[in-house]
Design a protein around this ligand. Structure first.
Ligand code: N01
Length: 532
């Protein structure tokens, strides 16, 4: 007889992953305790409140599909929802399904230890609260641990500092202020146009220029919304068949860029640019797989940048020379246009990095720049950062930090051997951030619930992935990534943005294949898991 624990499962995180996991556990009669470091639900959409924060997946797809009642009743107002609307949606879901009461908020997990004898996880938090559970479910998100580079002199800076991923709830008034933004990823690219409108003076420090396609955001008409809702199941099914689990309405063009004449090529790129966002990569079938094909798309976007940005020197600095889509493609609302404002300046720190921060600002290339505030749009310790921060120790004293010292290894992105009964929702090794995250979350939460039920029905108390299954899966993830252009640049997918992080491509490429794999695992009675 095994020892009793406080609850069946601990769920870490109250973002979209934690909320749906909690709903399923409650629905299936499990007891569960949620732990969340924020004061409320929403996860990434709770923390990211910077001006311009908006999803790059369309609202009708970036939403739950588990409840038809929910998806029919909720009305989105924009093609791409902004952060306040998505946070309202997360709160609505929490209320509608009575999820909030099972979460403890304002508590960060600072330890999770598995005891082999009792087969129980003990989860501790910085509030002193401790919970014991049979199952530990990590819904900590892919992009939730902010990365602020360790610039020398960081503590000397006397002005205000902000990180886009941890923005003040009350907002910030930059009127007439002299502001710096470091970083030109999705967050910087979204924030810059709005901060440029408000600030007296805005200087952007760019290490690597990025490709960005206009979002072409617009109000979502009631007619369009009703049309999708009339056949929502089919629309969702189409989305799941696409490589990134979204793009049900995308105009995928399978033909090769090499089969088009220069005029046809230009016309097609123009059409996809005007459609907006990620769809641009679907303009031709070979853009994501072939470097020479991709270069046509790169040159088209560079041409757009040169057209939009009036100052030729600034335009050249903004032109990327990497593969388009290697770093996550950005979508914007007036990013390149912002550089035509007289109060906006671009400083290239690719060859002369930021040397240090000073009391008044920062120094690069021998020059000191002074600011009232510095904004770090410097991204995240993606996919693994939030898991490792929890100080997890599995079977026989093995720590997750030691196991993943050379990069994350696991089976299906769901379980890592040596950590029995611990699951990761949209963990590294799954499509995670390469796919529509809400769709991936639903898939994982449902898989985990069914797996636990399957094992309990057979009287098992311990679930673990087989080592050989994990080794094969790691190979599969690597092989798939190697067949793409993703490894050709320094992206957070590879951990390349965090100094010292192992360079390993973390997400699994291809949502539909991944879904098939999960289905076959269920059909084969979870043969590659070990139960006892
Ligand atoms: O972070 P990033 P992000 N000195 O890592 C620069 C999702 N997201 O928060 O490219 C100078 O992409 C760094 O430079 P470099 C989305 O998945 C989605 O913007 O490493 N610069 C880069 O320019 C996205 O991809 C949405 O050379 C330094 C920037 O900081 C992901 O989150 C909106 C530096 C970081 O870019 C992350 O986006 C926002 C240094 N020492 C975010 N260190 C949407 O839905 C880093 N940088 C649209």
């Amino acid at each position: 007889m095994k020892s009793q624990c406080d609850v069946d499962a601990v769920v870490v995180g109250a973002g979209f992953g934690g909320l749906y996991m909690m709903h399923l556990l409650q629905q299936q009669g499990f007891t569960a305790q949620g732990i969340e470091r924020g004061s409320d639900v929403g996860g990434t959409w709770y923390w990211n409140r910077y001006p311009g924060c908006q999803c790059d997946v369309e609202s009708m797809e970036y939403s739950y599909q588990f409840s038809d009642d929910l998806q029919q009743k909720w009305e989105w107002t924009q093609r791409y929802a902004g952060q306040p609307e998505i946070l309202r949606y997360a709160n609505h879901v929490a209320d509608e399904f009575s999820l909030r009461d099972n979460f403890t908020f304002n508590a960060s997990v600072n330890g999770a230890n598995y005891d082999d004898a009792s087969e129980i996880w003990t989860v501790s938090t910085d509030t002193g609260k401790t919970v014991t559970a049979r199952y530990l479910i990590m819904a900590t998100g892919c992009l939730s641990t902010t990365n602020t580079p360790d610039f020398p002199g960081l503590a000397d800076y006397a002005g205000d500092t902000y990180h886009t991923g941890d923005w003040p709830h009350e907002g910030v008034d930059f009127t007439d202020k002299k502001i710096a933004i470091i970083g030109t990823g999705s967050s910087g690219i979204q924030a810059i146009p709005l901060i440029a409108q408000q600030a007296g003076d805005l200087t952007i420090f760019q290490r690597t220029p990025n490709y960005s396609i206009p979002a072409q955001n617009k109000p979502l008409s009631p007619e369009k919304q009703a049309e999708i809702k009339a056949n929502y199941a089919e629309f969702r099914a189409r989305g799941k068949m696409s490589p990134a689990a979204f793009g049900a309405d995308f105009a995928f063009n399978p033909s090769s860029v090499f089969d088009a004449t220069p005029e046809e090529r230009k016309a097609r790129f123009e059409e996809f640019w005007n459609y907006g966002g990620f769809n641009f990569l679907a303009a031709f079938g070979d853009l994501s797989m072939n470097m020479e094909a991709n270069e046509f798309a790169c040159e088209f976007v560079r041409g757009k940048i040169r057209e939009i940005v009036k100052d030729p020197e600034t335009a050249e600095l903004l032109c990327p020379d990497t593969v388009l889509g290697c770093k996550r493609l950005c979508s914007d609302n007036g990013y390149f246009e912002a550089f035509n404002q007289p109060n906006v300046h671009l400083v290239d720190v690719s060859t002369h990095p930021i040397d240090r921060l000073t009391a008044k600002g920062l120094i690069t290339n021998g020059k000191e720049y002074e600011f009232d505030a510095i904004i770090f749009a410097t991204g995240y310790d993606a996919l693994t950062g939030s898991l490792l921060k929890c100080n997890i120790t599995g079977s026989n004293g093995l720590t997750l930090a030691d196991k993943w010292a050379a990069g994350p290894t696991n089976y299906l992105g769901l379980m890592t051997t040596g950590f029995p009964n611990m699951f990761t929702i949209t963990g590294p090794g799954s499509p995670s951030a390469l796919a529509n995250l809400i769709t991936g979350i639903e898939q994982h939460a449902e898989f985990i619930t069914q797996l636990i039920q399957w094992s309990q029905k057979r009287g098992y108390t311990r679930i673990e992935a087989e080592q050989v299954a994990e080794d094969n899966w790691v190979n599969t993830v690597n092989t798939r990534a190697a067949a793409t252009l993703y490894p050709t640049c320094n992206s957070w997918y590879l951990g390349a943005n965090v100094p010292g992080k192992p360079r390993v491509f973390m997400p699994y490429v291809g949502f539909p294949d991944y879904s098939e794999k999960l289905k076959s695992v269920v059909v084969e009675d979870y043969a590659e898991f070990r139960f006892s």
